[in-house]
Design a binder for this molecule. Structure first.
Ligand code: SF4
Length: 357
C-alpha cells in the first residue's frame, strides 16, 4: 500500500487540467496559504476534524457523498457516529473480498500459478474469518455470511483467471493494487491554515485491455441488486468514481480514462459478475473540482452554525435511506428509536478517511 501526497502546486495544476485556469478565488486563497504558518494538524493525529470542532478537513468519497445526499445524514453518520448492525456486515464482507483479491494478485505477482495462488488466498481468508460471527438476525446475513463470502471469492478468481485487465505497475515497481491516496487542495476551511485533504483507496489501476496504454481504475462492488443497466447508471455521474479518476491520475502521473466497475451480485445461492466502464473527461473532472469548493464551504457553514438540515427529497433514494425510521418520527421520539436500532460507535471506530488499510 502506498500513500501519495500532492504538492499544492501539482494539486492546482491537476485541478484545472492546465495552468492558468483556476477555480474562482483560487489565487487569493493560494496566496493566503503561502503566507500562513505551517498546518498544525497532522494526518497522524487520525482525526479528520480540526481540533475541538466539527469542521472536517480530510474527506473521502463516502463522507463527501453523504454530505451531498443529506447534511443531516452526514451529521448522524460521520459526526455522531451512528451505524447499523447490517452496515457492519456489509463493511466486513467488502473488506474481506478486497483483501482476498489483493492477496491473490500479490501471490500471482510473486510467481505462483493460479491454483497455488487461490489456495494461499483461501487459507488466509479462512484464518481471518474464523472468529467472525455476523449477526444472524440481520437482513444482510441472508446474502452476506461466511459461506457466500468464500464462494464469491472462489468464483471470482475462477471467472477472471485470465483477466483481460492487467495491473498497472507503479514507478517504484509495485503493482497498483489497494493504492491509498491523500492529496491536498490549495485552500482549507474558513479561518484555518490547514488545507483540505482528499483521501481514499483505489482497488486497482489497470491497463485495459491487457497490453494497451489505456488506463482505468478498477473498483470492486458487492451488491444484492441486479447487475443490469439500472445498477450501472448510478455511476454516471458519480461522486466516488469522479474522485477516483482524478486521484488515480495523480498516482500514475498520466491520464486515466475512468473506472471499470467490477460488480458482484451476491445471492443466497449464487454470485453473479458483471463489469462495465464509466468514463470521465478532463472537463468533467475540472467541473467536479469547482463544485467541490462550494460543497466544502457548505459543510464548513453547517459546522459553524452547528446545524445540519434534512434533505427530505433524498429519503427514498439509493434504495431508501437507513435513517428513514428515525427521521419519520417526531423529534422527541427519535432518541428511543435510535437507541433500539442503531449503534453509536466510539470515536476511534468511526469512519475516518485518514485511516490507512
Ligand atoms: S431519512 Fe431523509 S432526512 Fe433523514 S437522514 Fe435520510 S435522507 Fe436525510
Amino acid at each position: 500500500m502506498a500513500t501519495y501526497r500532492l504538492s499544492q502546486r501539482l494539486a492546482r495544476e491537476n485541478r484545472s487540467g492546465r495552468k492558468g485556469q483556476e477555480i474562482p478565488g483560487g489565487d487569493r486563497e493560494a496566496d493566503r496559504q503561502a503566507h500562513s504558518p505551517p498546518p498544525r494538524v497532522q494526518a497522524e493525529s487520525l482525526s479528520q476534524f480540526l481540533p475541538s470542532t466539527n469542521v472536517q478537513y480530510a474527506w473521502d468519497s463516502t463522507a463527501l457523498g453523504d454530505l451531498k445526499k443529506c447534511a443531516y445524514y452526514y451529521y448522524m453518520i460521520h459526526i455522531e457516529g451512528y451505524t447499523t448492525r447490517d452496515e457492519n456486515i456489509h463493511l466486513r464482507f467488502g473488506t474481506e473480498v478486497h483483501q482476498a483479491l489483493h492477496d491473490y494478485e500479490l501471490s500471482r505477482k510473486g510467481g505462483a500459478d493460479h491454483d497455488h495462488a487461490v489456495h494461499a488466498t483461501l487459507k488466509k481468508l479462512l484464518t481471518r474469518i474464523f472468529d467472525w460471527e455476523p449477526d444472524v438476525t440481520t437482513k444482510a446475513y441472508n446474502t452476506k455470511n461466511k459461506t457466500t463470502l468464500v464462494r464469491s471469492v472462489i468464483w471470482y478468481l475462477d471467472r477472471f483467471k485470465d483477466d483481460p485487465a492487467e495491473t498497472y505497475t507503479i514507478a517504484d515497481g509495485r503493482p497498483a493494487i489497494e493504492v491509498s491516496f491523500k492529496w491536498e487542495l490549495d485552500y482549507g476551511p474558513r479561518g484555518s491554515s490547514v488545507p483540505y485533504m482528499l483521501c481514499g483507496h483505489l482497488d486497482r489501476i489497470v491497463h485495459y485491455p491487457r497490453g494497451s496504454d489505456d488506463l482505468f481504475v478498477m473498483d470492486r462492488k458487492s451488491t444484492s441488486m441486479n447487475l443490469g443497466s439500472y445498477y450501472f447508471q448510478q455511476f454516471e455521474p458519480n461522486n466516488q468514481m469522479t474522485l477516483y479518476t482524478l486521484s488515480s491520475q495523480i498516482v500514475v502521473h498520466s491520464p486515466v480514462k475512468g473506472v471499470i466497475i467490477d460488480a458482484m451480485q451476491i445471492k443466497a445461492d449464487q454470485t453473479l459478475f458483471e463489469r462495465r466502464i464509466t468514463y470521465r473527461t478532463q472537463e468533467q473532472l475540472d467541473e467536479w473540482l469547482v463544485d467541490l469548493r462550494y460543497w466544502l464551504a457548505q459543510a464548513d457553514s453547517y459546522a459553524e452554525a452547528n446545524y445540519w438540515p434534512r434533505n427530505d427529497t433524498a429519503c427514498t433514494m439509493y434504495g431508501g435511506c437507513k435513517l428513514r425510521d428515525i427521521c419519520s418520527k417526531s423529534p422527541s421520539a427519535r432518541a428511543r428509536f435510535l437507541e433500539g436500532n442503531f449503534i453509536k460507535l466510539p470515536k476511534e471506530e468511526r469512519w475516518n478517511p485518514l485511516k490507512t488499510r
